[in-house]
Design a protein. Structure first.
Length: 278
């Protein structure tokens, strides 16, 4: 009788705090205690935390010898955890702000790659026909894609959730080599500023692994990209406005940065001997 009285009180209270559970009182007279506890755990998250803490253990204690109920309670504890990914599984001391900043960095890398692909496609058109620029910007496209994939893998390694956002549509017409290089230079500076922003967020939350990952692997490379774009832009301004200057500049790009192999371009192959300019 004591067990039935305790079960009945539990059912009445549950019906009182949750108006959606109509008719539950009648079911409690028909079900065995094992079925009762199974039904309760199914809607465990619907009960207020204060009630779970005070009243639910009393019912569990009255059925302590029932192993099947014990295992159901254990399963319920796993399925009713708060929906947060902080310090769970493979995640440790990885703040949500850092995760969000890295997702924005992934978006920045993909936007840059999309713009470089648009530049490569423009200079590869038959009415433009500058294979050096086409190959150079295609290589930059591949480089930014690689960066984005590295950031994605790092996000997963730290236990974070990768969020992919919509990309900005790049321009279709680039006009001349100078305009494309100016845009590329500004884009590389923007990428560096975004990386610096991620570093600031990581420093705020004392995430020294992210700081080490970015400073040792990406800041130096980003400065080198800014220098390369700046030098190419300076050289382009000197060459493209003189007779045959555009042809010579494009040929120089092709020799220094591009290998033509079945219309697929490989990056930074300065030591390849079988180069040909077409």
């Amino acid at each position: 009788m004591a067990l039935l009285y305790r079960n009945l009180n539990y059912a009445l209270f549950r019906k009182k705090v949750n108006r959606n559970l109509r008719g539950l009182h009648g079911h409690y007279y028909k079900y065995t205690p094992e079925k009762i506890i199974s039904y309760k755990i199914k809607t465990f998250k619907e009960r207020p935390k204060s009630y779970n803490k005070i009243y639910f253990p009393l019912y569990v204690q009255s059925n302590a010898n029932d192993k099947s109920i014990k295992y159901r309670i254990l399963a319920a504890n796993y399925t009713t955890c708060p929906s947060t990914n902080q310090d769970k599984g493979g995640r440790h001391k990885y703040h949500q702000d850092v995760e969000n900043a890295l997702n924005q960095q992934i978006l920045t890398e993909f936007n840059a790659s999309y713009a470089y692909l648009a530049m490569s496609s423009f200079f590869g058109r038959t009415d433009i026909a500058l294979p050096g620029c086409q190959g150079f910007f295609y290589n930059m496209y591949m480089e930014e894609i690689e960066h984005a994939i590295v950031f994605i893998n790092y996000q997963l390694m730290r236990g974070g959730h990768v969020a992919l956002f919509g990309l900005e549509a790049p321009e279709k017409e680039w006009g001349c080599i100078e305009k494309a290089l100016e845009t590329a230079l500004d884009m590389e500076k923007t990428v560096k500023e975004k990386i610096t922003g991620v570093l600031q967020v990581a420093e705020k939350h004392c995430d020294y692994q992210v700081i080490d990952f970015l400073t040792t692997q990406y800041l130096k490379e980003q400065n080198e990209s800014i220098q390369k774009m700046g030098r190419l832009l300076t050289r382009a301004k000197k060459m493209v406005n003189v007779p045959d200057g555009e042809f010579l500049f494009d040929r120089q790009l092709f020799k220094n940065y591009v290998k033509d192999d079945n219309f697929m371009f490989s990056r930074e192959l300065s030591d390849v001997a079988d180069k040909s300019y077409k």
